[in-house]
Ligand binder design. Structure first.
Ligand code: BTN
Length: 336
């Protein structure tokens, strides 16, 4: 698309002016056509300055999310080869499921600027305000059994931790199995949904939500005390420089890290993923409360097994493996 070519040239020129004449010569179109494309880029939110006799320059500070911004500089071979960007959708997981049933390829990524019915784990809602976060689902078609899916989910939390650190410098932790936590509050959640036969997974939808540029007022009242965003957290540590992060940068890094994890899973290097998960754990060694069906017990989180089960040394002396259910960790998400 010509509009993208104009954008690419402006980006390559790093905030320097590019004349309308050179753009029109380079792209083989009239200057009026360049002017029209510049206007539609401005309408899409790009901050482009036009100065007579100098030309156009992109003031590249904006957090614009679209397919081009994610593709531009993406360093993956598979994940993100196809990206579907939607301004507003009910849930990217539902949309991804629909296109997976229609045959969407392994590694297809669905990204929305807003979700009207974002879904969380255990049947909860996921608040997904426009322009503030990363609401994304990846279609994966691994050749694994349903029992092995937990490793992908754990691996996805490792990928999220690494991408967040790489782009923002924030060191988050993982609450088992895959909540990403900053300052005892949730900054990112992962919802993996699968479509499977008895022995084989047909496809997985890996849904990832990251609260990026919310202020604390942006969160609904009922989650204000347990949710945070990367911007809020970075502002807590450095009140003078509250940063807004570019969502497309985090997504690119996240897709890259997800691909590394996916390749490890394909090679059977599950132990590596578990070891990395332990490195970032905000759960092991902590006091936990486990609610599973009608049973509630407390204890200390000891370890995580190679299939992703959490090992808990219960207060009554016995050791139990937790595969699913709700685990609260003392000091995190309001469990005091
Ligand atoms: C959780 O409860 O921790 C999981 C939250 C997962 C939210 C993401 S946002 C993108 C994707 N689409 C959804 O509807 N949910 C997931």
């Amino acid at each position: 698309m010509l509009e993208q070519k104009v954008l690419e040239i402006l980006k390559q020129n790093n905030e320097n002016y590019v004349s309308g004449e050179s753009l029109s010569e380079h792209l083989g179109v009239t200057r009026t056509s360049i002017w029209k494309h510049i206007n539609s880029l401005k309408e899409a939110g790009y901050n482009i300055e036009s100065v007579t006799r100098k030309g156009y320059r992109l003031i590249d500070s904006s957090d614009i999310l679209n397919e081009f911004e994610v593709k531009n500089g993406l360093q993956t071979d598979l994940i993100g080869n196809k990206i579907v960007y939607i301004k507003e959708v009910d849930s990217t997981n539902l949309y991804a499921r629909k296109i997976a049933l229609e045959g969407a390829e392994d590694g297809t990524v669905v990204i929305a600027d807003a979700q009207t019915a974002g879904r969380g784990r255990l049947g909860r809602n996921w608040s997904s305000m426009a322009g503030k976060g990363i609401w994304m689902s990846v279609v994966l078609r691994p050749q694994i059994s349903p029992e092995e899916v937990q490793i992908i989910t754990l691996g996805a939390s490792v990928a999220a931790i690494k991408a967040i650190y790489d782009v923002t410098g924030i060191r988050a932790g993982i609450k088992w199995p895959n909540d990403i936590i900053c300052d005892g509050k949730k900054v990112c959640g992962i919802l993996t949904e699968m479509n499977s036969e008895v022995e084989m997974v047909n496809f997985l939808i890996l849904g990832i939500g990251i609260n990026v540029n919310h202020t604390i007022l942006d969160f609904p009242d009922e989650i204000k005390s347990i949710a945070t965003s990367l911007a809020v957290y970075s502002g807590m540590n450095d009140k003078k420089n509250v940063k807004l992060f570019r969502r497309s940068d985090i997504i690119k890094k996240l897709l890259y890290e997800l691909e590394q994890i996916y390749n490890k899973i394909k090679k059977g290097a599950v132990k590596d993923i578990i070891d990395e998960w332990k490195l970032y754990s905000a759960t092991l060694g902590k006091q936990v409360r486990v609610i599973y069906k009608n049973d509630t017990y407390t204890g200390t989180a000891l370890d995580i097994r190679d299939d992703g089960r959490l090992v808990v040394k219960c207060d009554d002396g016995c050791t139990r493996d937790v595969f699913s259910g709700e685990v609260s960790v003392r000091g995190i998400l309001g469990y005091l």
